[in-house]
Design a protein around this ligand. Structure first.
Ligand code: XCC
Ligand code: SF4
Length: 675
């Protein structure tokens, strides 16, 4: 019989918790999941191998004559590269098409989020909703000129402040037009340093309208259209700029206007923020439109009373992914974890509801939720799940508070349905978050000069060696948080101040790097001295992934403050995404590169199968934009590539000697026992 010849079913391979994450709470919860025989992403990562050809970027499935796969010969390309698909597409064409389709995906995600924010802002301006308001009129006045909106009016020869509602309406209409206007270029490009604008002009990459650049990528990568990797990348650069200086930046600004511009506040991070005797609601995804209302609803007396009625001590809100960062930076709501911890929050058995909107949400959450009492609630019309246990409550910004209360009430009602098996890891860490372009100016600006004087001065005198942006995701193919933390620690040890966003920021928070005290423990002497004097952490949390636009503007402010060159590409600065996984990361990486930043990714890049295209990204781009791509999986080498670039820029600015002097001074003082 056939059955008799079958090998006995093998037990599925399981992840080794110590190999899967550096975080103790995560390790504990992976073990817990395995005891309960609940499979997580960590287990799937050891049972399923990634496709080797896809990884190299050279599988094309853009038409039904394929998929065409162009693996690199074992000993590399000797002589002419004759690989081609059925239509003749070369490895460069295929890799470039795949690459810019990732940019299109990422730019679309960020920009559609931005569009939702702009649409809500328009309903605020039109007074169609009472649940959202203008919390930061000063920011609205500050951005209005970029939209061509006057902020003053002349009355009888006197200049007066224009009515804020009028400004709001004009800004909202002008902002929404950025997605689909005919003619012209994106308005926010004007915010970039002039030499950068000139580079974009010369390269022909100034985005026209946000949607248009994304659609054009889909067209140009269709079978038989653009078959020149350089021309394809030109459009990739243009669409990425439509994300960074367009959709993302508009999203960040209008979120600040409606929900408040972040300023530093204290909070905590990691799964240990969940409380056994509280109703635990985890919000996960990206758009603060929903989560802002959930925060307000769960703080309302009505809901708190209701929770007590049901036997809970209160309502504990926590975030995962960028939603976490949004409500952290504005309300101090603690993140429960990064991207890779989403399943684990449910496995605590204490998650009464997980509320999700868009992006980075595992479909497997539904399978995990099935094993517990947890209500998994999708809220966005474009993001549903097929599993039957998922509840869809569509969130309408016109009835925002009503919808939010319904969700919170559902979580409270679910509190009593918990099973016996609750296990919340104890680990959580203190952190300070909520830095922005404005608050950096406040902390590191000059007393009499409203700019980045103190920061620039400390870079010029060498106490701060340079600036790094460390951002992005987790990836189950690499050890959770390991690269983020090693890279950030190595940078601050070498006096490089770190700006962080996204899941990298949550990882830094979990590790205790977002506290002023971290300076004394982990920093080189120069950076430690600055942080201690000013009272800031050496790693500054700038928000969510759309808030990478804050890093672009912070870099622009540094250029403006003077003494460090004329353009972003002159700055002793570098970017990094140590554990990236999302298409959004590629879009972000490309807009940093196209804005003049040397950008290093960890793990791997899907370009290895097309060496000529790879060189174009890793070498030639620098001549065009001043920034270029690089990839280094080893965290320490990764950090040192960034530091080497920073030192190269310091030398070009002629400020390399200053640093040597500072270090000598410090050694002298230490020798004298003064430090
Ligand atoms: Fe998603 Fe924004 Fe990446 Fe985290 S960092 S895994 S994209 S949540 Ni954006
Ligand atoms: Fe193959 Fe060309 Fe079709 Fe791609 S577009 S699948 S390379 S035939």
């Amino acid at each position: 019989m056939a059955e008799a010849t079958k090998a006995p079913a093998k037990a599925p391979k399981l992840a080794d918790p110590m190999e899967a994450s550096i975080d103790v709470a995560t390790q504990e919860m992976i073990r817990r999941a395995q005891q309960l025989q609940i499979e997580t992403v960590f287990d799937r990562a050891v049972t399923m191998k990634p496709c080797a050809i896809g990884m190299q970027g050279i599988c094309c499935k853009n038409c039904a004559m394929g998929p065409c796969r162009l693996p690199l010969p074992k000993d590399g390309i000797q002589g002419e590269d004759t690989r081609k698909g059925l239509c003749g597409a070369t490895a460069n064409t295929i890799a470039a098409r795949n690459f810019i389709r990732m940019i299109a995906g990422g730019a679309a995600a960020h920009s559609d989020h931005g569009r939702g924010v702009a649409e809500t802002f328009l309903s605020v301006a039109r007074k169609e909703t009472e649940d959202y308001t203008i919390k930061d009129p000063a920011k609205l006045r500050a951005i209005a000129p970029y939209y061509g909106v006057e902020t003053t009016v002349e009355v009888d020869g006197e200049t007066l402040d224009r009515d804020i509602d009028e400004i709001a309406l004009a800004v909202a209409e002008s902002a929404i037009a950025e997605w689909g206007k005919n003619g012209g270029e994106l308005l926010y490009l004007e915010r970039a340093p002039k030499p950068l604008q000139e580079k974009w002009e010369a390269m022909g990459v100034k985005p026209r309208a946000i949607d248009r650049e994304i659609v054009e990528i889909m067209h140009r990568t269709h079978m038989g259209v653009d078959q020149d990797y350089k021309n394809l990348m030109k459009q990739g650069a243009r669409a990425s700029l439509a994300d960074g200086w367009g959709g993302s930046m508009i999203g960040t600004d209008l979120q600040d206007v409606m929900f408040g511009t972040p300023s530093p506040l204290q909070s905590e991070a990691n799964l240990g923020i969940m409380k056994e005797d509280h109703v635990n609601i985890i919000v996960h995804g990206h758009e603060p439109l929903l989560s802002e209302m959930i925060v307000a609803a769960s703080q309302s007396q009505e809901m708190l009373d209701y929770a007590k009625e049901k036997g809970a001590k209160g309502i504990q809100l926590g975030g995962i992914c960028c939603t976490a960062n949004e409500i952290l930076q504005r309300h101090g709501v603690p993140p429960a974890g990064t991207y890779l911890q989403q399943e684990l929050a449910i496995i605590t058995g204490a998650c009464d509801a997980m509320v999700v909107d868009v992006q980075c949400v595992f479909q497997n959450l539904a399978n995990v939720a099935k094993c517990f009492h947890t209500k998994l609630i999708t809220t966005h019309p474009i993001a549903k799940m097929e599993q039957e246990n998922v509840i869809h409550i569509e969130f309408d910004e016109h009835y925002a508070m009503q919808d939010a209360k319904r969700i919170v009430k559902m979580a409270i009602d679910n509190f009593q349905e918990r099973g016996a098996e609750i296990m919340i890891p104890r680990h959580k860490t203190k952190q300070i978050a909520g830095f922005g372009v404005e608050s950096i100016q406040y902390h590191l600006g000059g007393t009499f000069r409203g700019d980045y004087y103190t920061l620039n001065d400390n870079i010029i005198n060498g106490r701060i060696r340079g600036i790094a942006g460390v951002v992005g995701c987790n990836n189950a193919r690499t050890k959770h948080n390991d690269a983020h933390i090693k890279i950030i620690k190595e940078l601050i040890k070498n006096d490089v101040i770190v700006l962080t966003t996204g899941c990298s920021a949550i990882a830094a928070g979990m590790e205790g790097l977002l506290t002023p005290e971290a300076a004394g423990v982990h920093c080189g002497p120069g950076l430690a001295e600055v942080c201690e004097t000013v009272g800031i952490p050496p790693v500054l949390h700038l928000g969510s992934c759309v808030d990478n636009s804050r890093i672009l503007l912070a870099a622009t402010e540094v250029v403006k403050a003077g003494g460090l060159g004329d353009d972003i590409s002159d700055l002793p600065a570098a970017g990094s995404a140590p554990e990236w996984m999302s298409e959004k990361a590629i879009s972000i990486g490309q807009y940093f590169v196209s804005s003049g930043v040397y950008t290093v990714f960890g793990y791997h890049m899907p370009v290895e199968g097309a060496p000529v295209f790879k060189d174009y990204l890793y070498k030639d781009m620098e001549k065009m934009y001043g920034g270029k791509w690089d990839c280094e999986a080893d965290p320490i080498k990764h950090a040192h590539k960034m530091i080497a670039h920073i030192d190269k820029k310091r030398a070009a600015l002629g400020i390399d000697k200053a640093r040597e002097r500072v270090l000598m001074d410090m050694a002298d003082r230490q020798a004298l026992g003064m430090e």
